[in-house]
Design a protein around this ligand. Structure first.
Ligand SMILES: Nc1ncnc2c1ncn2[C@@H]1O[C@H](COP(=O)(O)OP(=O)(O)OP(=O)(O)O)[C@@H](O)[C@H]1O
Ligand SMILES: [Mg+2]
Length: 213
C-alpha cells in the first residue's frame, strides 16, 4: 500500500509501498523510528485513512465488509492518542464496545476483570481527566480487548507504562493472540519485540521482515 499526505506544495510519502499480512492467532510487533509511518499504517488498517495505491483485504468472517462497518468485535484499536470518551467513566469507557453491541450485562464481569488485571479497578468511577496518562492507556487497552476482537491493532500500547504494567499489558495482548485474534502492535518496547511471534521493521514508509540491526 502507498499513502501520501499533501501539505501545500509538499508531499510526504508516509507509506512508500507496504506489503504485509497478519494471520489469526499471530502477534506481530511493528517497530521503527518516530515518523517512519507506523501510525499511518494502523490508520489504513482500521479504515480511518484510505490508501492512494494498493489493496487492503480482510479474510475469513471479515471478508467482503468495509472496515468502517466493523464493530469492536471485528476490529479493535488502541490509538496512540488513546481516544477515551471524556464524559464517560473509565468503567463505562471499557464497556463502550459492549454497550454499542447490546451485550452490556454479559460483558460486565470481563470488564471488571480487565480493570483489575491492569490495576485500575479502584479508578472505575473516575473520568479520563482524573486518571494518569498510563492509567488512561491501560483503560484504552482494556476497552480494545473487551469483546475479544478478530483483529487487534494497538499503537505503542506500553508507551506510558512502567515495566510491571507494560508486562501485564503484553500478557493480555499475547493471550488475545493465543485465543485467536490477529494482533499488530506498533511499539518501541524491546521486551514486546521478544514476545511477538514476528517482528516487522518500518523505516521511511517501508516495512521489512525482522528487527532492524
Ligand atoms: N495528516 C498528515 N499530514 C501530513 N503529514 C503527515 C500526516 N500524518 C502523518 N504525516 C507524516 O507521515 C510520516 C509518518 O507519520 P506516522 O505518524 O505514521 O509516524 P510514526 O511511525 O507513527 O511515528 P511515532 O513513532 O512518532 O508515532 C511522518 O513524516 C509524518 O510527519
Ligand atoms: Mg505513531
Amino acid at each position: 500500500m502507498v499513502k501520501r499526505f499533501r501539505r501545500g506544495a509538499e508531499t510526504v510519502s508516509a507509506l512508500a509501498g507496504v506489503d504485509l499480512r497478519v494471520d489469526p492467532g499471530e502477534f506481530v510487533a511493528l517497530v521503527g523510528p518516530s515518523g517512519s509511518g507506523k501510525s499511518t499504517l494502523l490508520a489504513l488498517l482500521c479504515g480511518w485513512e484510505t490508501a492512494d495505491e494498493g489493496e487492503l483485504a480482510y479474510l475469513g468472517p471479515l471478508a467482503d465488509r468495509r472496515p468502517d462497518a466493523f464493530g469492536w468485535r471485528d476490529l479493535a484499536l488502541v490509538p496512540q492518542a488513546l481516544g477515551l470518551v471524556a464524559d464517560l467513566s473509565l468503567a463505562d469507557n471499557v464497556l463502550l464496545p459492549a454497550r454499542l453491541s447490546g451485550t452490556l450485562a454479559a460483558e460486565e464481569p470481563r470488564a471488571r476483570s480487565l480493570l483489575t488485571a491492569f490495576g485500575v479497578d479502584h479508578l472505575a468511577d473516575r473520568y479520563p481527566h482524573q486518571a494518569s496518562l498510563g492509567e488512561q492507556q491501560r483503560v484504552a487497552v482494556a476497552r480494545a480487548l473487551l469483546l475479544r476482537p478478530a483483529v487487534l491493532l494497538a499503537d505503542e500500547p506500553t508507551a506510558h507504562q512502567d515495566r510491571g504494567h507494560a508486562d501485564r499489558l503484553l500478557d493480555a495482548v499475547t493471550d488475545a493472540a493465543r485465543e485467536g485474534s490477529a494482533v499488530l502492535i506498533a511499539t518501541h518496547d524491546e521486551i514486546a519485540w521478544g514476545r511477538a511471534d514476528r517482528v516487522l521493521s518500518m523505516r521511511d514508509g517501508v516495512v521489512t521482515e525482522g528487527a532492524a540491526s
